[in-house]
Design a protein around this ligand. Structure first.
Ligand code: CA
Ligand code: CA
Ligand code: CA
Ligand code: CA
Length: 374
């Protein structure tokens, strides 16, 4: 799994090699044009979807439940292609979403075997997921009428995941696909194992620009489209800037995604980030002082000493037992209050309430013990 963590490093390293060697070396391939590479990748992916079929294992409560085997169609009259399921109203269904990155509108196909019944991760949560990864390759000289036109080579399989994978650290395609699925239920089984049921399960088909692109990874060649089948067993809310507010709740525009858009290769237009309250380019989920007022968000959500309940105005919709693994006390019955004008009571319960840390005016009334941004 480590190779995923190094995705960004590999990407930057590749860019660095390219820029350093422009003048003095001819044997390093220049970074390919993203649109040209995408056009080639999506043709490979669509050929793969049209020439392969799936078999799904139904075995509730067993590790093999929702295993999916993908193989070349050998009996065209009997076997349905994956493409056959495009926009099917019943499961399995093949869906497609558009992801804009590198000035390219990437088509991301994903097959939903089952949606799941619980919560969905955001694109920066942790996921506990089994997965099987393959990379696609179009044989030289093959034509679209040749059924063996595209080969798939497995590079990794994790059947019993031991840790949560932070989607923010993974290839972009993971962060764009997992939020379309939900976890299921979990029950303690025999021998200390946990039995997962009704979890979301699917297959994602990623153009290389949403995978490792020029970097490749391990045995994966550069510019490979990737296919991952996966089962979403559980999710873990993460707090990337350690300000006491989960990253998924720093989604200011409420679209379910938070993004760091500072990389000009990924976001050439450098448009304003909708989840960046103070507009300094650092998105709220990575900014310790979201509103840029000189007081950390962590300070702003902390209640005055002696206040009843938990020590923070957070979260709203409390649960009975505090989860010690999370940065907040889940027993807090009041959310982060709406900013109140002088003489008004702050609103702790309106779903539309403003949050202290996104309200620039909050401290103009009562600056208590100022804690400066580090
Ligand atoms: Ca945070
Ligand atoms: Ca957002
Ligand atoms: Ca900011
Ligand atoms: Ca602040």
């Amino acid at each position: 799994m480590n190779k995923f963590k190094y995705y960004f490093i590999l990407t930057f390293a590749t860019l660095a090699i390219f820029s350093c060697s422009k003048s003095d070396s001819a044997d390093v391939e220049p970074l390919r044009d993203f649109q040209v590479q995408y056009d080639a990748d999506i043709a490979v992916i669509e050929d793969y979807l049209k020439t392969n079929t799936i078999t799904i294992t139904e075995a509730a409560g067993k590790p093999e439940d929702q295993d999916v085997k993908i193989k070349l169609i050998t009996k065209p009259n009997e076997e349905k292609s994956i493409w056959f399921y495009l926009n099917s109203p019943t499961f399995p269904t093949l869906k497609v979403k558009t992801v804009n990155l590198h000035n390219v509108d990437y088509k991301l196909y994903y097959l939903v075997l089952r949606e799941g019944t619980g919560e969905s991760p955001s694109n920066v949560d942790g996921v506990l997921s089994s997965y099987n990864g393959t990379y696609l390759f179009r044989k030289a000289g093959a034509t679209t009428t040749d059924p063996s036109v595209v080969t798939a080579t497995q590079f990794e399989e994790i059947v019993f995941p031991q840790t949560f994978y932070d989607l923010y650290q993974m290839v972009k395609g993971w962060g764009e696909t997992f939020p379309e699925f939900k976890v299921g239920t979990s029950d303690p089984g025999n021998n200390g194992t946990i039995v997962y049921n009704d979890f979301g399960a699917g297959v994602m088909f990623l153009p290389s620009g949403l995978g490792y692109y020029a970097g490749g990874s391990g045995s994966i060649p550069s510019y490979s489209p990737l296919v991952f089948s996966f089962k979403l067993y559980a999710l873990q809310r993460l707090d990337h800037d350690g300000d006491g507010v989960f990253s998924y709740q720093e989604d200011k525009d409420g679209d379910g995604y938070v993004r760091d858009m500072r990389n000009a290769t990924e976001y050439p237009k450098q448009l304003p980030n909708p989840d960046d309250t103070d507009g300094d380019g650092i998105p709220d989920f990575l900014d310790v002082d979201d509103d840029g007022d000189g007081y950390t968000t962590k300070f702003e959500i902390t209640k005055p000493a002696g206040s009843p309940g938990a020590s923070k105005y957070y979260p709203y919709d409390p649960i009975l037992i505090d989860n010690p693994l999370t940065p907040v006390d889940e027993r807090e019955p009041r959310g982060i209050p709406q900013f109140a004008k002088l003489g008004e009571e702050p609103d702790y319960t309106s779903p539309k309430r403003l949050r202290i840390h996104v309200d620039k005016d909050h401290h103009t009334a009562t600056p208590v013990v100022p804690v400066k941004k580090p």
